[in-house]
Write a protein that binds this ligand. Structure first.
Ligand SMILES: Cc1ncc(COP(=O)(O)O)c(C=O)c1O
Length: 444
């Protein structure tokens, strides 16, 4: 089938999310290798977003298909809903037991991050119900946080463009300002750091809603889709204290940050976060199979396992513990370990950040280079003093970069970078040089 036919089919039959005014034709990718994508019309693109922040080991790996193939010959999938399991899911759960935190040994698998968000929320509400506090059902999340696309995950997501056309936010979801050190949207008192102001806003919200009505607070260690927001040191310590004080469970969303993206296994390792529930997806399989999940503390596990039968944790997806996906997950984690991808994420991340800082020094409309591991961003601004964002130019720069063979992602006025963790120094330099050319062209 030729390129033009595929593009026409894609446009007519596949993609309601592409607004035709912005995306005329999708890049029709037929092959990948490392950080590179190849399209049916002969283009070669350096994917500095690892698709959706998730192809951590890079494209074109030959081992994971083999693992999936062999697992599928044995048992590709069987129900894990109740009364059945399979060795691959048991082995991955065993590998993950204590892997994130010593007191978190219990995993429930999903097919992705949105299902993980719903699983986290329901588990938090279930936990309080079993402890006799059934009024604790609300979920607090952050403005510009992103937690997925089911109705509950959308409601926790703190970006109005995802709510407005779908009836708004569900009852029981409440948003607080995110601790954006560059552009804080909340109220800040004199002498207060952004971290302190954002933590205070959380506590005030808990008190206003009534601590006896709040089940959990959810946060990404580094906000991804909401514009690459890295909190200042100390924010998560303040948050943890507030959550503990008011009996609010802390859910950390590691869907992007997990499995090496930040240069550590988890974003929580960067900030010393000890949550009650941790959710993951994306990098656990590097996108070679759809998989996600939640991990809960042993205390929460005991509440789940000790519940009387008529009060069971009634929550189960058809594809929970999918055997082929779990087998791929085990092999993928082994590859991250074997190939030293955390170390590469740190080293190449430092190089990427230095390069982005040089763009800030060179261009009057580029500011706020920031990053941790291979998760980095810049802001396009009308003026560095006012910090007023320029989303239109950010989109133009990203389009120009794509025409030059580099895929970065515009997120409002920010441009994000999250390449595969196997990226080389030369490829990082290509990212920076191409961005320089794209900024020059689009800002002219
Ligand atoms: C932090 C975070 N949580 C949850 C999700 C939802 O994951 P999925 O798209 O796999 O449902 C995403 C997706 O980008 C995410 O970035």
């Amino acid at each position: 089938m030729n390129h033009a036919t595929l593009i026409e089919q894609d446009r007519r039959q596949l993609h309601p999310l592409h607004h035709p005014s912005r995306i005329k034709n999708a890049a029709m990718v037929e092959k990948g290798d490392g950080v590179w994508l190849y399209t049916t019309d002969g283009k070669k693109i350096l994917d500095a977003m690892a698709s959706l922040w998730n192809v951590n080991i890079g494209y074109g790996n030959r081992e994971l298909p083999q693992v999936a193939y062999e697992q599928m010959l044995d048992i590709a999938y069987n129900s894990g809903f109740a009364g059945m399991s399979n060795p691959a899911s048991a082995r991955l759960a065993d590998k993950l037991a204590g892997f994130f935190r010593p007191n978190m040994n219990f995993t429930y698998f999903t097919a992705g991050g949105s299902e993980a968000s719903d699983s986290s929320f329901k588990t938090a509400i279930f936990y309080w119900h079993q402890l006799g506090k059934s009024s604790k059902t609300k979920i607090i999340s952050r403005l510009n946080g992103y937690h997925g696309m089911t109705l509950a995950a959308t409601s926790a997501t703190g970006m109005s463009k995802f709510h407005t056309m779908f009836g708004g936010v569900l009852d029981g979801f409440v948003h607080v300002p995110d601790p954006n050190p560059y552009r804080y949207s909340g109220e800040r008192r004199e002498g207060e750091t952004v971290a302190q102001a954002a933590a205070r806003a959380l506590e005030e919200t808990i008190l206003r809603e009534g601590a006896d009505t709040v089940a959990a607070f959810i946060a990404e260690p580094v906000q991804g889709a909401g514009g690459l927001v890295l909190p200042d040191a100390g924010y998560f310590d303040l948050v943890a204290d507030i959550c503990k004080k008011h009996e609010v469970l802390l859910i950390v969303d590691e869907v992007i940050c997990g499995f090496g993206r930040t240069g550590e296994w988890f974003g929580s390792d960067v900030y010393g976060i000890q949550p009650d529930i941790m959710q993951f997806a994306k990098g656990v399989t590097s996108g070679y199979m759809p998989l996600g999940g939640i991990q809960v503390t042993d205390a929460i596990r005991d509440v789940i396992l000790d519940a009387p039968e008529e009060q069971s944790w009634m929550h189960g997806y058809t594809y929970s513990g999918h055997a082929a996906a779990c087998a791929v997950g085990i092999a993928n984690i082994d590859i991250i370990e074997r190939d030293g991808l955390l170390e590469n994420s740190r080293r190449m991340g430092a190089r990427l950040l230095t390069g982005l800082q040089s763009l800030v020094a060179e261009f009057p409309n580029i500011d706020n280079a920031r990053g941790v591991g291979l998760m980095a961003g810049i802001d396009v601004v009308a003026n560095k003093n006012s910090r007023e964002g320029d989303a239109e130019t950010a989109a133009k720069i990203s389009d120009a970069a794509l025409n030059m063979g580099l895929r970065a992602r515009p997120l409002g006025a920010a441009i994000a970078f999250a390449p595969p963790l196997c990226i080389s120094a030369e490829e990082v330099d290509t990212v920076i040089n191409t961005m320089g050319d794209a900024i020059t062209q689009a800002s002219a």
